[in-house]
Ligand binder design. Sequence first.
Ligand code: GAR
Length: 244
Amino acid sequence: MSAGRKIRLVVLISGRGSNLQALLDRATSGELPVEVAAVISNRPGVHGLERARRAGVPALELDHQDFVDRPAFEAALIELIDRHQPDLVALAGFMRVLTAGFTTHYRGRLLNIHPSLLPKFRGLHTHERAIAAGETEHGASIHFVTAELDGGPVIVRARVPVLPGDDPDTLAARVLEQEHHLYPLAIRWFAEGRLRLDGGQVWFDGEPLREPLWLDSEAHHIANAIDSDPSGRAWDNPLARVSR
Ligand code: GAR
């Protein structure tokens, strides 16, 4: 993408939509060079749709239960998404497994946020499983979506400690706070043309990414300072926000 241009983003949700809200807020403030072209939920009436409406974004429902099978649902979903001509599609708490037909159609322009330090804990109940496994660290990951469930190339991760006495809810809340920084960051990189998928390889700033990046806590403080920096200059330095 050329500098200064906004990309068109379609966000797929299934529920609460707090990650969607993080994206909407940063798009509205101008911090994220995206136009949220549509929000689509496979579950009718969820709170995320209300968040989209409040932001003046088309909020669309496509109930998977109205379709005979997964391919039929996905064909309708592709049609609905493509009507909005997205440069990027972001899964934000979208809780449907996607077939290879869908993921191939959007290859290289489909991102997901997953609440674990991938490749650990693919699938559901990640917080509960991290505690049960005795992990001392947990977190969230952004990855390009491929046909393998939660298995596509990982771009950037955020970690949090697992604290004594944590239950799945307290741990989920700590992870979610990081998610709200992580997803806007990755989408910003994509919008700025700094991030792409070529074959199975992620490229970042013109170089193959050998290991996923980290959003670390030190960078996080800097990020907060940057958020209140009207010049926005510090945003341009990826090392201010991530570590390799
Ligand atoms: C988030 O924690 C997201 O990482 C997770 O669902 C939650 C949605 O919250 N996604 C997955 O588990 C995908 N497998 P939100 O609706 O408030 O953004």
